[in-house]
Design a protein around this ligand. Sequence first.
Ligand code: NAP
Length: 309
Amino acid sequence: MTEKIYDTLIIGGGPAGLTAGLYTSRAKLNTLLVERMIMGGQVMTTTKVENYPGFPGGIDGPDLMMRFQEHCQEFGLEVQYGEVQGLEDLGEVRRITVDDQPVLARTVIITTGAEPKKLDIPGEQEFTGRGVSYCATCDGAFFRDQVVAIAGGGDTAAEEALFLTRFAKKVYLIHRRDQLRATSILQDRLKNNDKIEILWNAQVTGTQGDTSGLTGIELTDTTNGEKRLLEVSGLFVAIGVTPKAHFLADTLTLDAEGYILTDGECRTSMEGVFAAGDVRKKILKQIATAVGDGAVAAIMAEKYIMDRQ
Ligand code: NAP
């Protein structure tokens, strides 16, 4: 029996992967999308998406991603849950290892996205799940009427701080500089929320806790090095993301931070392999740009196959 060869294998089921899957399956390319855990990617941990066009008033992240999936199902996209461990160029086809099993595909689109960065401070790991969290949307409700802190000064930290005010009685936003990176609309909302206090020029450098979980965090003033303890029962870490491309470090060209390097048409350093969304080195990481990337990668994969027929 001859081994099945897919036209396109997509790694990752976030906005970029699902868009690529929509385009390739609609173009009748025989496509398999492999997802490790939960379809929808980082958007699944977002409460309200306000800047994806077509949804005035916003839409909840999981609802948006459900629509993406339903749309792909209309065109018969095949989905498999599993972990991709490796990728090899065999000339005419690529061999992808999924849960130790080889799968062959003419083209591959990598859309594995990114995951939250860690602070790398003492106790962070020990208290993860017992006060330390990387997802306010997932864990915020556990902190009803408590005092919590959020580390970071970008859009994620701002959105998560605002979300946490639904539950917590007080939210400290701790930022290492004296200016936020978050967009001005979010900055205005932070400043107008009585439950939020921004602690400027402060870095979370330690944790304190007992068998019940986290009880406080150590803050270091970034201007003079002075340390102090802040009593909180929750610490949400929102200091940016790191790309999920480590498993390809020996296979594709990555930049120093681990993002996959591509040209403007999403081509990676390997023939027939494309990257789209947050895992690719690019200027703006948004759902809208992930969707744009997914479409470009899919069209380029289709062209790659056509050019070789
Ligand atoms: P980000 O924009 O990279 O911001 C990370 C923040 O964490 C920065 O304020 C940074 O400080 C701080 N930081 C980084 N490393 C730190 C460390 N070791 N200790 C303390 N603070 C640290 O990351 P993000 O907020 O997760 O956003 C990622 C991307 O998604 C961005 O492009 C963002 O615009 C986008 N996003 C968009 C939306 C939206 O449009 N609604 C929502 C969420 C995310 P410095 O400022 O000093 O560097």
